[in-house]
Design a binder for this molecule. Structure first.
Ligand code: TLP
Length: 339
């Protein structure tokens, strides 16, 4: 089986398993786990933020960030196709009593400064007031789009001009950094907090990082406890995360494999595929007169797994457990699936 449903499906190799087995541990709720502390130090360094917090999942990282930045009853400006809005079980409403206002971020999934200013609501007797803007990089639903730092800066500047803080869902931040050939710290320079995942392309089994100012992380730590994410001897799962952070450069291989996959699939009758910017390949199936569900079903019978991403859009995601040969094999199997 070639599993391209997500870059979350990777299995840790020997060295990550060894790192887990040998990790020095302590009770992280008391701040006494040396491995978690080291991972948090490195995450802060990699993002250029003052401090960072280890959290079990990307979803929890985003939700803690929203809770920490806002007051109950405020509004959050979110992009219409963003993960935090679409795929986090309505957590902004359920966990933080926030109302969302959506913005259509267009092909690249980024609201313009004008859209942000238009979406802003000033608090008064009747209206809630905007408490947060969230952005996403790479943008998953739009096809792993790598958003350049200047575009992030412009959006953040518009929000800051209205006294609205900005959180970046950087689940795949390092894919963006590698694709754009800029340090991750540059991409997040103008935002107030960022979440990135260790458990996606970076290949760790578990965990994400939330980074921001010292004061923000101190309050986020309390909200992590509130959300049930205070872990104890978490060094066991954090240790592979340290190794993951050391292997950022290899994401370039995933991007190259995605590019080759896209090229191969686009050449098949009935499929159309935009050249990917990172490791996400979106496949439009309508010309094959198939829904994404039918297409994914046909691929599965050929032992290739993808995800349904829209009525006629399927997603393939490259990652460290697939190589160039698997990509060639995938193209051949998808061709067979279409036949
Ligand atoms: N994304 C998953 C699915 O939930 C869609 C995937 O396979 O891509 N932000 C972004 C941009 C994400 O893509 C994801 C996961 C998350 C947050 C949440 O991370 P986890 O799964 O660790 O909660």
């Amino acid at each position: 089986m070639i599993d391209l449903r997500s870059d979350t499906v990777t299995k840790p190799g020997e060295s990550m398993r060894e790192a887990a087995a040998n990790a020095a541990v302590g009770d992280d709720v008391y701040g006494e786990d040396p491995t978690v502390n080291e991972l948090e130090r490195r995450a802060a360094e990699a993002t250029g933020m003052a401090d960072a917090l280890y959290v079990p999942t990307g979803t929890m990282g985003n939700q803690i960030a929203a809770r920490t930045h806002t007051d109950r009853g405020e509004e959050v400006l979110v992009e219409r196709e963003s993960h935090v809005y679409k795929w986090e079980v309505g957590g902004l409403a359920q966990l933080s009593s926030l109302q969302v206002r959506t913005i259509d971020g267009g092909d690249r999934g980024v609201p313009t400064p004008e859209q942000i200013r238009d979406g802003f609501v000033e608090e008064d007797l009747h209206r809630p007031g905007t408490g947060l803007l969230t952005l996403e990089n790479t943008h998953n639903s739009k096809g792993g789009i790598a958003i350049d730092p200047e575009t992030i800066d412009a959006a953040a500047e518009a929000a800051h001009g209205l006294d609205v803080p900005v959180h970046l869902d950087g689940a795949r931040l390092f894919n963006a950094a590698v694709a754009l050939d800029v340090p991750a710290s540059r991409i997040v320079e103008s935002v107030d907090s960022v979440m990135f995942c260790l458990s996606k392309g970076l290949g760790a089994p578990v965990g994400s990082m939330l980074a921001g100012s010292e004061e923000f992380i101190e309050r986020a730590r309390r909200n992590r406890k509130l959300f049930g994410g205070g872990m104890r001897q978490a060094g066991i799962v954090a240790a592979p995360g340290i190794e993951a952070l050391e292997s950022v450069d290899r994401l370039a291989d995933d991007h190259e494999n995605a590019r080759r996959l896209a090229e191969g699939l686009d050449a098949l009758d009935g499929l159309s595929v935009q050249p990917p910017e990172t490791n996400i390949v979106l496949v439009e199936t309508s010309d094959a007169e198939m829904t994404a569900e039918e297409f994914c079903g046909a691929c599965e019978t050929e032992d290739v797994l993808g995800s349904e991403f829209g009525e006629t859009v399927a997603r393939f995601c490259t990652h460290r457990n697939v190589d160039g040969e698997d990509i060639e094999e995938t193209i051949a199997r998808v061709e067979a699936a279409l036949a």
